[in-house]
Write a protein that binds this ligand. Structure first.
Ligand code: TEU
Ligand code: CA
Length: 557
């Protein structure tokens, strides 16, 4: 596969509301980000992905956009944003913006027009249907609880909203809407941005009949009729032709429910759609049959199987994206590592996994510090619409409140949204005011100031991993082979490109484990590139007694 800058980059995701507040109103903002760019430069990342900073009533923290071409007032001005872009570029980094065009806010001017009358020129910018026997047009449920349809009195029809009722879905079957989106994208690209992360982009094409999916009772997930819908590839190819192909930019699509086979249709290098996608298989590894809130323990063999499937499934076809958490997910360390005794070791072990696979790694803010999940005692301390809607629905249905709170502690999105922990002062140095969501109390010992000053910190380990990736291109481009497939404690693999081979050995648990290298792996010399413990001398690596959460990367020659 051809070399590209975005294949050799490490991306850092910023959730602006929680990153850095510059003016004491408790809300992170753009001047705050600018003030912390040197920290990101020190970390060594190449690209910054900025979650939405556009004008928004914040029903879903900016994923409900009321004006795509202006900046949210709490975050700053377009002038601040332009300075941010210039400051990122002057440090040799790049900026990609979030593109949220499956839906807009109901406060967008298009929607204000659309709901006025059935013959309004903007009516078909959204998806309107008459009710059926006094009920919703079908039984689809929203991702954020309840029906995916909202009744609108003015015209006596329902509009579709796969997310909150303040996020009406845009109608991509309307060529005028598509043209508006392409012009808006061009406007941002002409300002000099380096690409887009595309929110739920595989949901933009809905099956026209929109059939019900359930048994006549309640609301159900209608994904089969809108995930990878009938015209999605036609629209993305059009977007690529009309917009993306004219710039040297990167694109990553967020694609719920895709398999490697489906992903290849989005990212195949001969398909001219997207560069890479975020899949959800790993994020579903600890969900039971009733979905995300039906929490079950994960098994290492499932994690290995899913990663191996994606590594080999896209080989020679398209590029992978790599992430272990983001603003919608619990903290990776609390979920897949140990956020108590082996805090540092397990965070480094997971980081080693992230940075030694084929694909582009994405670091979510605070991950490099080992930030953890949070447990607020009261539901009143939570802010996320998905969490609050679920809580209200489940409690109204008679579920045990403690059980619901426990599910929130394990899976809730606010785990990843508590403010960035900059130092040990009040509110972790995030704000001089009252933060919009409380800081995780562990900021006293988990914070950036401490991490930067400690050479053995998780932060400096990330720096080392990024440097190794840069020095050994093999990490991005090489092929992948899983070792010890059935082992329940160790994740080990070999990456090969030409003469160069990397051996990665990870102990995924807090007990010692024995690694044994397969006979058929041939090499003369071996060199340790990185380890999260001291290793003295240059011991034989055919058999390694691994310490708790030990991670080693060897170069084999
Ligand atoms: O998320 C898509 C999405 O459906 C899930 O990631 C979602 O967060 C949920 O947890 C599923 O249970 C994207 C954005 O990343 C998210 O922040 C937005 O809320 C959502 O789209 C709507 O724009
Ligand atoms: Ca602020």
């Amino acid at each position: 596969m051809a070399n590209k800058w975005w294949k050799e980059s490490v991306v850092y995701q910023i959730y602006p509301r929680s990153f850095m507040d510059s003016n004491g109103d408790g809300i992170g903002d753009i001047p705050g980000i600018i003030a912390r760019l040197d920290y990101l430069k020190l970390l060594g990342v190449d690209v910054i992905w900025l979650c939405p900073v556009y004008e928004s009533p914040n029903d879903d923290n900016g994923y409900d956009i009321s004006n795509y071409q202006s900046i949210m007032k709490e975050f700053g001005t377009i002038g601040d944003w332009e300075r941010l872009l210039a400051e990122i570029h002057s440090r040799g980094m790049k900026l990609i913006m979030d593109l949220v065009v499956n839906h807009s806010s109901d406060e967008h001017a298009w929607f204000a027009e659309s709901r006025k009358s059935k013959d309004n020129p903007y009516r078909d910018y959204y998806i309107w249907r008459p009710g059926k026997s006094g009920r919703e047009p079908n039984d689809w449920g929203s991702f954020f609880s309840g029906s995916a349809w909202q009744y609108d009195e003015g015209t006596d029809e329902y509009f579709l909203h796969l997310f909150s009722k303040k996020q009406p879905d845009l109608n991509w079957d309307n060529p005028k809407l598509r043209r508006e989106v392409y012009e808006m994208m061009t406007w941002w690209l002409d300002k000099g941005i380096d690409g887009f992360r595309m929110d739920v982009i595989n949901l933009i094409s809905k099956a026209p009949q929109m059939p019900s999916v359930g048994d006549g009772k309640g609301y159900h997930f209608g994904g089969e009729h809108f995930m990878n819908g009938p015209r999605v590839h036609e629209y993305l190819q059009e977007m690529n032709r009309e917009v993306l192909s004219k710039y040297d930019v990167m694109t990553v699509g967020e694609t719920i429910g895709v398999t490697p086979e489906e992903a290849a249709l989005y990212v195949g290098e001969d398909r001219h759609e997207l560069n890479m996608v975020f899949h959800f298989e790993l994020m579903d590894v600890d969900s039971g049959p009733r979905g995300k809130w039906d929490v079950k323990p994960w098994e290492l063999r499932d994690i290995k199987r899913i990663i191996a499937k994606w590594q080999t499934g896209l080989e020679g076809k398209g590029w992978n994206s790599l992430y272990l958490n983001n603003h919608d997910q619990p903290r990776m360390l609390s979920r897949f590592g140990d956020d108590t005794i082996y805090h540092k070791e397990s965070a480094k072990m997971l980081a080693t996994l992230l940075h030694t696979l084929q694909g582009t790694p994405y670091i979510y803010q605070g991950e490099e510090l080992g930030m953890t999940n949070v447990k607020f005692a009261s539901i009143d301390d939570y802010r996320d619409i998905e969490t609050l809607n679920m809580y209200n629905e489940y409690v109204a249905a008679g579920q045990d409140v403690d059980a619901v709170m426990n599910a929130i502690y394990v899976k809730g999105r606010d785990n990843g949204r508590t403010p960035m922990q900059w130092d040990g002062t009040a509110h972790a140095g995030f704000t001089t005011g009252t933060p919009w969501i409380a800081v995780n109390p562990n900021y006293a010992h988990i914070n950036a100031e401490q991490a930067v000053s400690d050479p053995d910190s998780i932060f400096h380990y990330y720096r080392q991993l990024i440097a190794i990736r840069r020095a050994h291109n093999v990490t991005g481009y090489a092929s992948f082979r899983l070792l010890m497939e059935e082992d329940e404690r160790i994740f080990a693999y070999v990456r090969t490109r030409g003469e160069e081979q990397l051996l990665v050995v990870l102990n995924f648990f807090g007990e010692p484990a024995l690694f044994q290298l397969q006979e058929d792996i041939a090499f003369g010399r071996h060199e340790l590139l990185i380890c999260n413990y001291e290793v003295s001398g240059n011991p034989d690596i055919r058999t390694i007694a691994l310490r708790p959460y030990e991670a080693r990367v060897y170069k084999l020659q």
